[in-house]
Design a protein around this ligand. Structure first.
Ligand SMILES: NC(=O)C1=CN([C@@H]2O[C@H](COP(=O)(O)OP(=O)(O)OC[C@H]3O[C@@H](n4cnc5c(N)ncnc54)[C@H](O)[C@@H]3O)[C@@H](O)[C@H]2O)C=CC1
Ligand SMILES: O=C(O)C1=N[C@H](C(=O)O)C[C@H](O)C1
Length: 245
């Protein structure tokens, strides 16, 4: 039995994780912690799952690493500098950390296919749509997708996408993530959706993924909870490796 603690337990994702952990045969919910609660209850856990907020996740993670706990992190906001900080904490630590911007199997496959397709097209842009209660823009998934696309294109020696824009209202062309344009839409009724649009030589190729509800993330979260203790590296990014990609 894997003892699991959840940080952000009263939030949209945290509450769903609590239900998933309670519903699985091989996991037990031993601590459900939210803002203002003492973290001590988490010491009963083998694995702590964090779905909180980009502003607080670093403090939470530092605490988990300091207490030798394995951590599965879904909270977004991890740029290269934050990841370097986490790596520095993990030197000599006894717990493993897995950070994934998206636990949805389809979303992970979308990122994988986007990376594969990126060098074959002149143009590529990312459009994500989320519920209007989301704190961060662009989404962690879109940010990671753009990083992967940019790395694949750089490795293949592909030029920057053509773009003749010389006059622009601020933001009209989206955010620039490593040279890839990322557009964020906030829409009532939406959950989490992303399109990667690639184009060139008279054709457009669109990869689209839709999370219809937060249950869609749970198989990936439970997989990470089961595997995190046995991972070969102290820090793992994404669940791609766990899916054999
Ligand atoms: N990796 C993935 O597959 C997914 C990641 N997310 C990310 O998860 C994060 C949370 O998303 P939601 O659940 O929609 O947000 P939410 O706002 O519904 O829940 C966050 C919860 O964290 C709590 N919280 C805030 N500070 C805390 C602290 N210091 N200690 C403990 N709890 C604290 C809040 O009170 C709230 O209950 C976001 O960064 C979001 O982008 C969301 C969905 C899927
Ligand atoms: O806030 C959300 O809802 C989501 N956050 C993650 C992200 O920022 O990529 C994952 C998913 O898109 C849902």
């Amino acid at each position: 039995m894997i003892n699991v603690g959840v940080l952000g337990a009263r939030g949209r994702m945290g509450a769903e994780v609590c239900r998933a952990v309670e519903g699985a045969d091989d996991t037990e919910l031993v601590a459900a912690v939210d803002q203002g609660d003492a973290l001590d209850a988490l010491t009963k856990a083998d694995v702590v799952v964090d779905f909180t907020h980009p502003d607080v996740v670093m403090d939470n993670l530092k605490w988990c690493v300091g207490h030798g706990l394995h951590a599965v992190v879904g909270t977004t906001g991890f740029d290269p500098s934050r990841l370097d900080t986490v790596r520095s904490w993990l030197t000599g630590a006894s717990g493993n950390v897995l950070i994934a911007p998206n636990f949805g199997v389809g979303a992970v496959l979308m990122m994988h296919f986007a990376r594969k397709a990126a060098p074959f097209f002149e143009s590529v842009e990312v459009v994500e749509t989320h519920h209007p209660n989301k704190a961060d823009a662009p989404s962690g998934t879109a940010y990671r997708t753009a990083e992967l696309i940019a790395a694949a294109r750089a490795e293949a020696g592909v030029a920057a996408p053509p773009d003749a824009t010389t006059s622009e209202i601020d933001g009209a062309r989206g955010a620039d993530v490593d040279g890839v344009r990322v557009h964020a839409v906030r829409m009532s009724g939406a959950v989490a959706h992303q399109e990667v649009v690639l184009g060139g030589h008279g054709e457009l190729f669109t990869l689209r993924h839709d999370s219809m509800n937060r249950g869609s993330f749970m198989p990936g979260v439970l997989l990470a909870v089961r595997e995190v203790a046995g991972l070969p590296d102290r820090l793992t990014l994404g669940i791609e490796g766990l899916l054999g990609l």
